[in-house]
Design a protein around this ligand. Structure first.
Ligand code: NAD
Length: 329
C-alpha cells in the first residue's frame, strides 16, 4: 500500500516515518495542503492521509477516485471538512476518533488559567523587567461555575480537571451520559449561569454558530469562553461585537473559523488580509493559538498508530471500527 501524506510537518514524520516502515507501507510526504489543485499528487497511491484544514470536497474526492485512491485516512478526530456524501460508494473514510482526549482537555484548562491569571501578559512584562502587577488580576476559580458544552471523550476529561479546581460543573449535551456526576441543564441555563464556558462538541449543521449573538447575550458579563473544538462553533463577528461591548473577561481560541488560511504556517512576514483575525488579535483579553491542543508526543504517536492500523484493517478486509459514513460514527 502506498500513502500520499499531505500537509507534512517535521513533527508528523517523527512518528509516521518509522511506524509506516514497521507496517510495510510506502509513504510519499508532501508539504502541500490537500485541495483539488494538489489532489493529483496522490496519483499512483492507494491512500491519502489528510488533516483538519484540508478541503476534501466533491471535486477532489472524484479526482482521488478516478486515480484509484481507495481510502482517505484522516489523521484527526473531526470530519467536518469532508464531503461524506461524495465519498459514498467510492472511497472509504477512516479517522482517529480518540488519540488523547487528555491532551486537548489539559490544553483547554491551560488556556483558561492563562487567560484568567493573565500569564501571557505577565510573561512578556517580566521579560522586559516590568514587574508591575496592575492589570493582571484574575478570579479565584474554586466555587465558580464551569459550563461544559459536549460531554464526550474530551468534555469528560475537562470535567474531571475542572472538578479538581473545585468548580461547580454544568453540562449540556443532547446525548447526556447518565453515569457522569454532573448537572445536565438546557443550553440557555448553562449560558446564563456559567463563569467559564468551554466547548467540546463537534462541528455539525446543528452546532455551527452555537455561540452567536443570541447565545452571547445570554451569558454572564465577565464570562471566560474557551474554544478548543472547531472554529465554526463560534460566529466570529458576534464574538467581536461581544468583545467590543466588554462582555468577556477573556476569550481563548485554539481554533478559528477561517483558520485554514493561517494556522500551522508562519505568516509573520505577510500582510494579513483577514480583518476579523486582525481585530481579534487586537483585544488584550483574547488568547489565540494555532490549533495545538492535540499537540503532545503521546497524541502524535497514537495518531500515527491508529491511522496505520486503520489502513491495515482496510487492507486485510477486517471490520472498520473507525470508518466515518454519512450516518456519522
Ligand atoms: P466525542 O464525539 O467523544 O464527543 C462529542 C460530544 O459532543 C458528544 O457527547 C456529543 O453528544 C456532543 N454533542 C453533539 N452535538 C452537540 C450539541 N449540539 N451540543 C452539545 N454537545 C453536542 O468527541 P471528542 O473526542 O470529545 O472531541 C470533541 C471535538 O474536539 C471534536 O469534534 C473536534 O472538533 C475537537 N478536537 C480538537 C482538537 C484540537 O487540537 N484543538 C483535537 C481533537 C479534537
Amino acid at each position: 500500500m502506498k500513502i500520499a501524506f499531505y500537509d507534512t510537518k517535521d513533527y508528523d514524520k517523527l512518528w509516521f516515518e518509522p511506524l509506516a516502515k514497521e507496517y510495510g507501507y510506502d509513504v510519499v510526504f508532501y508539504e502541500s495542503r490537500f485541495v483539488s489543485d494538489t489532489a493529483i499528487l496522490a496519483n499512483g497511491c492507494d491512500a491519502a492521509c489528510l488533516f483538519v484544514n484540508d478541503v476534501i470536497d466533491e471535486k477532489s474526492i472524484n479526482m482521488l477516485y478516478d486515480m484509484g485512491v481507495k481510502v482517505i485516512l484522516l489523521r484527526c478526530a473531526g470530519y467536518d471538512n469532508i464531503d461524506l456524501k461524495a465519498c459514498e460508494g467510492k472511497i472509504t473514510v477512516l479517522r482517529v476518533p480518540s488519540y488523547s482526549p487528555t491532551a486537548v482537555a489539559e490544553y483547554a484548562a491551560a488556556m483558561m488559567l492563562t487567560l484568567n491569571r493573565k500569564i501571557h501578559k505577565a510573561y512578556t512584562r517580566t521579560r522586559e523587567f516590568n514587574f508591575k502587577i496592575s492589570g493582571l488580576m484574575g478570579i479565584t476559580l474554586r466555587g465558580k461555575v464551569a459550563g461544559v458544552i459536549g460531554t464526550g471523550k474530551i468534555g469528560k476529561v475537562m470535567i474531571e480537571i475542572l472538578k479538581g479546581f473545585g468548580m461547580q460543573i454544568l453540562a449540556f449535551d443532547p446525548y447526556p451520559d447518565t453515569s457522569l456526576d454532573v448537572e445536565y441543564v438546557a443550553l440557555d441555563e448553562l449560558l446564563k449561569r456559567s463563569d467559564v464556558i468551554t466547548l467540546h462538541c463537534p462541528l455539525s449543521p446543528d452546532t455551527r454558530y452555537i455561540i452567536n449573538k443570541n447565545s452571547i447575550s445570554k451569558m454572564k458579563d465577565g464570562v471566560i469562553l474557551v474554544n478548543t473544538s472547531r472554529g465554526g462553533l463560534v460566529d466570529t463577528q458576534a464574538l467581536i461585537d461581544g468583545l467590543r461591548a466588554g462582555k468577556f473577561m477573556g476569550v481563548a481560541l485554539d481554533v478559528y473559523e477561517e483558520e485554514d488560511e493561517y494556522f500551522f504556517e508562519d505568516r509573520s512576514n505577510d500582510i494579513i488580509q483577514d480583518n476579523e483575525l486582525i481585530k481579534l488579535m487586537a483585544y488584550p483579553n483574547v488568547l489565540i493559538t494555532s490549533h495545538q491542543a492535540f499537540f503532545t508526543s503521546e497524541a502524535l504517536e497514537a495518531i500515527a498508530r491508529t491511522t496505520l492500523e486503520n489502513l491495515k484493517a482496510f487492507e486485510e478486509g477486517r471490520p472498520l471500527e473507525n470508518e466515518v459514513t454519512l450516518q456519522g460514527k
